[in-house]
Write a protein that binds this ligand. Sequence first.
Ligand SMILES: NC(=O)c1ccc[n+]([C@@H]2O[C@H](COP(=O)([O-])OP(=O)(O)OC[C@H]3O[C@@H](n4cnc5c(N)ncnc54)[C@H](OP(=O)(O)O)[C@@H]3O)[C@@H](O)[C@H]2O)c1
Length: 246
Amino acid sequence: MIKDKVVVITGASSGIGEATAKMLAKNGAKVVLGARRENRLQAIVNDIKNAGGQATYKVTDVRDAQEVADLVTLAKNEFGSLDVIFNNAGIMPSSPISALHTKEWNDMIDINIKGVLNGVAAVMPDFVKNKQGHIITTSSVAGIKSFTGAGVYGATKFAVRNLMEVIRMESAQEGTNIRTTTLYPAAINTELLHTITDEETKKNMDSFYQQVGISPEAIARVVNFAVDQPADVNVNEFTIYPTKQM
Ligand SMILES: NC(=O)c1ccc[n+]([C@@H]2O[C@H](COP(=O)([O-])OP(=O)(O)OC[C@H]3O[C@@H](n4cnc5c(N)ncnc54)[C@H](OP(=O)(O)O)[C@@H]3O)[C@@H](O)[C@H]2O)c1
């Protein structure tokens, strides 16, 4: 059941996070949006409310554990509980390793791995205590196979895959009923390619996405399905490709 579930979404200011927030809210969830761009969050919350949904936001940088914890606290204060966290914030400044964009390597580790860990840490005490909860995380097809240009990006997404599978196994072992869902999207038309600074890589990726990319609503529908499952069902992994992508 989606209706009245309280869902925290990071990376909710554009792309997959925005599409998911709008879809879940349309189906009766109470959504709590986090990201850095306040004007975008404000506009999305207004759209949701104007459409009759329930939503709030807090400017959140997922690199900061306290800010992520505060986002979760906002969900509980505003809506009384927390059912789901969607760890979706991420960046993809792809480049060949030989280009040594080492600052971007560190940024990806801080946002794509540590940002997810901050989300997990923020919800785990309540989920364990209540013996329920759902952690959804956006990995990538680059988290299940290797792509040139995505050495570090893929490393962060492989890391997330392992983390999520272990949370699932430990939840079963510890009897905490925490559900996990990991998403492996392929080319989805969002603002993600804006984070690429390596010119050659950006040109190739832009052209590839123009040829095959699909809309973020494809991922929102999958999240919607996962959240809708009964409490004893863990739909664990989804790989979502455009039909046209090899
Ligand atoms: N698009 C694809 O083809 C694709 C494929 C596989 C996986 N993914 C993954 O899908 C997720 C969502 O990306 P998207 O495709 O929807 O791209 P997007 O439109 O660029 O969205 C990325 C979101 O992450 C947020 N974000 C980035 N750094 C952040 C930080 N430090 N703190 C908080 N929020 C931060 C951005 O908001 P602010 O800038 O406002 O903070 C934005 O809301 C990412 O994890 C990405 O790796 C995307």
